[in-house]
Design a protein around this ligand. Structure first.
Ligand code: F6P
Length: 540
């Protein structure tokens, strides 16, 4: 496309232009290159872009009709073409008055009906009105799910702990490694434990296996029969038939729909464990935060559109700086699982190598997304970002104030945390020249080691505080960023066929490992030898 070629030529002209030059040329750059969306202040001035870069990137977005696909998504068109599905997570946070149709039916009333049921159920659990089989109130909630049925609520529970009913124990089990369930159930009294089985399909082997083991634990612990399940198990799913097959009363099922992708589902019924923990009001604030950014993405002009901008910046670095990864570095302990959540959102969406009509792509698609909360990362891998050989664009996320729950002495540490936050993006952008190092009297042979080239691109996202609404805003920002990138790259961001092959092969290998199937000749020589070694280790 001419727009790609224009960007390539521009990249060549930009050459080795340093962020130091860009800031020197424009004293207002910091303020000018800042967007505000809801409670988020997004400073993108420390990116390797000029006005011309941004103009050319927006031309690329126009040429690839990002806005057209966006409007089709919000309208409920079936833009997930390989699965012939609408992509309507935005309907999950639409107000009651909205009208969004799929196959001629307005889906919004159904969304609010389920949200209201969830709210009613959450309140009953929180107040102790909902009791277990023996009449005792629920004190423990164990969410069993994986991928999109785990990462969202598990991440958000960590973020919103200050809003959670601390007397409730809330745990998340995802791994089919029995150790996960074992550790989660330790110390819990079955009579006071509610299992929330979250699975869009209700066929995911990890979740069904863990839920089956949890049911055994419950019934053994209570010395009860199947009738105890109804008070201790609820399901979050699109598949009522499989839920009933499992033995969960569909009256205890909270539904969602096939137009909600797994990794886009945590503001659907999948958020029930979180809602029980933080209460329906805070959950609604979270949804309002999502909706605010949805509306921004849908209506803001290209120049002010934050998801569009962040998406285009990522494309710029992937295509023209050969950036292979993208770091997300939150300066909040509560966001400890945020990047893990984004990994599924981004990598499962845009880890694709064919276009929507099945042709191999000839360009970079989704990056490796990684990161952990600052300042821990600073003492681990930041060295590579500062002085390594790779281009690693990074988002820094920080807050103006610590959460209200912190006692004053601990809240006082916030300034130090944020001093690190600002210092890192400064050091990454501007570095330290050899002359500056020499001026400090450093021995000549050490100068190269102590020189920081700088010019490492970062985006700073600053919000007043980390509230339910701000969390919703942040997630929607990244959801739509991923959307923008998928639209430009012409890939289907909403399917995930790549995870299927491993699942199919696991089903074939398991009987070989257990000894049910004695022979291994269907396996390649490496896997066959490993399976034999494993069987020996297990004494089979
Ligand atoms: O990993 C594949 C996947 O299908 C994800 O997209 C999904 O979030 C996860 O498995 C769990 O699926 P389910 O909610 O159907 O159990």
């Amino acid at each position: 496309m001419p727009e790609w070629i224009a960007l390539g030529n521009h990249r060549e002209r930009l050459g080795q232009t340093h962020l130091r030059d860009l800031f020197a040329a424009d004293p207002q750059r910091g303020g000018d290159y800042t967007l505000r969306v809801g409670d988020l202040r997004i400073d993108y001035s420390k990116n390797l872009v000029t006005e011309e870069t941004l103009t050319l990137l927006r031309a690329l977005a126009r040429a690839t009709d990002v806005a057209g696909l966006r409007d089709a998504m919000f309208r409920g068109d079936k833009i997930n073409t390989t699965e012939d599905r609408a992509v309507l997570h935005t309907a999950l946070r639409a107000p009651r008055s909205a009208v969004i149709e799929v196959d001629g039916e307005n889906v919004v009333p159904g969304v609010h009906r389920v949200l209201d049921r969830m709210a009613g159920f959450s309140e009953r659990v929180r107040t102790g009105e909902w009791t277990g089989h023996t009449g005792r109130p629920i004190r423990n909630v164990v969410n069993i799910g994986i991928g999109g049925s785990d990462l969202g609520p598990a991440m958000a529970y960590e973020v919103l702990r200050p809003w959670a009913a601390r007397e409730l124990t809330v745990r998340f089990v995802s791994n089919v490694d029995g150790a996960d369930l074992y550790e989660a159930l330790r110390g819990l009294d079955p009579a006071e434990t509610l299992f929330v089985v979250a699975s869009k399909t209700f066929t995911t082997i990890e979740t069904v296996t863990n839920a089956t083991s949890a049911r055994d634990w419950l019934l053994t612990g209570l010395n009860a029969g199947q009738e105890a399940v109804a008070r201790h198990f609820v399901a979050l799913s699109t598949n009522a038939e499989k839920v009933a097959d499992f033995g969960i009363d569909t009256a205890n099922m909270f539904e969602f729909w096939d137009w909600v992708g797994g990794r886009y589902s945590f503001d659907s019924a999948i958020g029930l464990s979180l809602m029980i923990a933080i209460g329906p009001e805070h959950f609604r604030e979270l949804l309002e935060g999502f909706h605010l950014v949805d509306e921004h993405f849908r209506t803001a002009p290209a120049e002010d559109n934050a998801p569009l901008l962040l998406g285009l910046l990522g494309i710029w670095y992937g295509a023209f700086f050969d950036a292979q990864s993208h770091a997300v570095l939150p300066y909040s302990h509560y966001l400890s699982r945020f990047t893990a959540y984004l990994q599924q959102l981004d990598m499962e969406s845009n880890g694709k190598s064919v276009t929507r009509d099945g042709q191999p792509v000839e360009w970079q698609t989704g990056p490796v997304v990684w990161g952990t909360p600052g300042t821990n990362g600073q003492h681990a891998y930041y060295q590579l970002i500062h002085q390594g050989t790779k281009v690693i664009p990074a988002d820094f996320i920080g807050f103006g104030r610590p959460v209200a729950a912190l006692p004053p002495a601990l809240a006082a540490q916030h300034d130090l945390l944020m001093a690190n936050f600002f210092a890192q993006t400064q050091a990454l952008a501007f570095g330290k020249t050899a002359d500056e190092v020499r001026a400090e009297g450093v021995a000549e042979e050490l100068v190269p080691h102590r020189t920081f080239h700088g010019n490492h691109p970062t985006t700073t996202i600053l919000a007043d505080g980390l509230t339910p609404s701000v969390l919703g805003q942040l997630i929607a920002l990244y959801e739509h960023k991923v959307f923008v990138q998928g639209a430009v790259w012409d890939i289907d961001s909403f399917d995930q066929w790549g995870v299927e092959l491993g699942k199919v092969l696991a089903r074939k290998i398991e009987p070989v490992l257990t000894g049910e199937v004695g022979h291994t000749e269907e396996l390649d020589s490496s896997t066959a030898a490993l399976a034999t070694a494993y069987r020996a280790l297990r004494g089979r």
